[in-house]
Every structure is written in C-alpha cells, then in structure tokens.
Design a protein around this ligand. Structure first.
Ligand code: ATP
Ligand code: MG
Length: 326
C-alpha cells in the first residue's frame, strides 16, 4: 500500500523532539490509526531520496520489541515516517504522569529493550544510537517497544548536522569521539533505567557549579561530538550558559550541556539510589550497563543472560494490568 500525505487526517499532536514532531493520524483509505513523524530535512533532493530508500529497511524489522513501520514519503520540505501508534506513549511521559516506575516494571523494560537491541543488531547489524525513555513506547496491551533507531546513515547525518549537543544519554566514549557500538546503547539503557526507577534524570542533582570547560576540552579527541572550542572570552560562565541555551534543572541546580558532558566523562557513573532500596540484581545490572570502559561493558545479547533479566523473564509481570492503571 502506497502511503500519500493527502490520505492522512491529523488527530492529535503527540509530541515534539529535536528532529521533528509526531502526530496521531488516521490513514483514511484504510481507517488505520498511525503515528506520523515529520522530520524537517535541509538536504538536496538526491539525499532525501537516499534517506527514503534507506528507511525501507524498516519494513524488514519485525519483532514484538520494535515499533512496526508502515511507510515513509516526502512531503516537501519534510520526510514523513509512518509507524505503529502506541496509545500509552513513551516512558518519559508515563513516569512524569505516574511518578517513579516500580523496579519490577523497570526490569520488564530492560528485558524488552535488550531483546529489541539484540534483534536489530543480530539480524540487521543496526545499532540503535538513541536509547532514552522518549524512544521506548508502551501500549494498553502492555507491550513495550523501541522506536527511532538509526536505520538510515543519511538521516543520521542530516539530523546530526543540524542538532548538536543535547545528547545526554550519550556514553563517555561517544562524548570523546569514539565510534558508536552496541555497547554505547547499553550505557544509554542504564541511564534510562535509573531515570525510570528514580522518576528523574539521574545527573541533574549531582551538579556542581565550579566546573571549567578547559578540563573537558582536554579529554576530547578529534571527531568528538562537541561543538568546536570557544574563545577565552566565551568561557566566562555567564556567556557559557547563554551560548548553549540548554540547561538541566533538578534539586535547584542547573548544569549546562557542556558541564553535563564533562561530568559523564570525568565522574563516577550514576547508580540506583538510595543504596539498598532495590534488589541486588538490579543494582548489579545497572552497574554493568554503566561501566565507563566500553571494553569491559557487556553487549545487549550478553546482558540478556543477567540474573535480573532472567528473573524478569521468569516472572513475566502483567504489564497489561499495569498499563491499565494510567
Ligand atoms: P528527540 O527528538 O530528542 O529524539 P523525542 O523522542 O521526544 O526526542 P520524537 O521522536 O519527535 O522526539 O517524539 C516526540 C514524542 O512523540 C515522544 O516523546 C513520544 O511521546 C511520542 N511518540 C513518538 N512516536 C510515537 C508512537 N509511535 N506512538 C505514540 N507516541 C509516539
Ligand atoms: Mg523519539
């Protein structure tokens, strides 16, 4: 079935991200409800067509842990990506609505994401590259699926050219310019799971305000994701805040994006806190996701054998009942 922009009726705004916006829509000829992601791409027609071709791989991504893909098309100057609509939305929205998520549910989330990542990598050699709560979706059947994975190299390039610097789930090695591997996704999963269990982004509170940009610059290698070094004058703190615009708030403290990246590289990884509140296996799982050395960190496939995940699989919590509570 060929999807065309004029066949869609907008029903609801679902949210806005860095790369675009997502709407709940009806595909009128079939009556099917879908989520339509609109990505503004500032690129040549040839590049857009290349992106569309690359997105077709998503037709072959069939797993109960991956959002289904219905098709993509150009609607100048945008690219529209139509996918399965998940009626309970993303996990960031869910925890902001209901508060910190029960650790047994978090274990099911970990299981689903690891299964999804393992499928993408083993079957398609795809690395997700953007694991975070807003890219983990839930529906009223209690299914948990991942979306927005990096299928199209051209799409990644086009978006990365335009948007730099808000990648706060990024692993230390990526911040320092190393290649993406499946293990970078594991780091992002660890951060995301802590966020769900605590009901807040784990870095915001540990901020201190005495950081100096030059520390971070020393740790960066060519090809690192950060913008180029600023002039001395700009290193002045107030200018620094202004020039980056983005700040994270929590517990009355704020951290600019650069301070956050510096923190991720230089400070110990976050943990589930307070210690002792969560099952030992959960603490251990999170710790192994957040090993700062990517060589020591496990792959998604290895982590599927972790006792915490084994336990989640064996108990098979009723997520449908859980999803009916919000
Ligand atoms: P970023 O652009 O930084 O990746 P994001 O993931 O929040 O951030 P989008 O991918 O544009 O941005 O998604 C915006 C919101 O739309 C998400 O937070 C999510 O709540 C909602 N959403 C995305 N895809 C779907 C879907 N298939 N079904 C239901 N809701 C969705
Ligand atoms: Mg997203």
């Amino acid at each position: 079935f060929e999807l065309r922009n004029e066949d869609f009726k907008d029903l609801q705004e679902l949210g806005q991200g860095n790369g675009g916006s997502v709407k709940k829509v009806e595909h009128v000829p079939t009556g099917k409800i879908m989520a339509k992601k609109i990505v503004l791409i500032d690129a040549k027609p040839s590049v857009r067509k290349q992106i569309l071709r690359e997105l077709l791989i998503m037709h072959d991504c069939n797993s109960k842990y991956i959002i289904s893909f219905w098709g993509a098309f150009l609607a100048d100057p945008n690219i529209c990506i139509c996918m399965e609509f998940m009626d309970k939305g993303s996990l960031d929205g869910i925890y902001k609505k209901i508060g910190a998520i029960d650790i047994d549910v978090v274990a099911e989330v970990a299981l689903a994401v690891l299964e999804g990542l393992t499928y993408l990598y083993d079957v398609h050699r795809i690395i997700h590259r953007d694991i975070k709560p807003s890219n983990i979706l839930c529906n009223s059947e209690g299914e948990i699926k991942i979306c927005d994975f990096g299928v199209s190299g051209e799409l990644i390039n086009s978006i990365a050219d335009t948007f730099v610097g808000t990648s706060t789930y990024m692993s230390p090695e990526r911040i320092q310019g190393a290649q993406y591997t499946v293990k970078s996704d594991v780091w992002s999963l660890g951060i995301s799971l802590i966020e769900l269990a605590l009901g807040r982004f784990p870095f915001a509170e540990s901020s201190s305000d005495d950081s100096d940009l030059s520390d971070l610059e020393g740790t960066l290698s060519p090809g690192a994701v950060l913008p180029p070094p600023r002039s001395q004058k700009e290193k002045d703190k107030k200018d620094k805040r202004k020039s980056h615009g983005v700040s994270l708030q929590g517990g009355g403290m704020t951290m600019s994006i650069l301070e956050l990246l510096q923190h991720i590289v230089n400070e110990p990884a976050p943990k589930l806190t307070p210690e002792g509140r969560y099952p030992k296996e959960a603490d251990d799982f999170i710790d192994s996701c957040l090993l700062k050395d990517p060589d020591a960190r496990k792959t998604p496939k290895d982590l599927l054998k972790h006792p915490w995940i084994d336990h989640a699989r064996a108990t098979a919590m009723d997520l449908k009942a859980w999803a009916s509570t919000f």
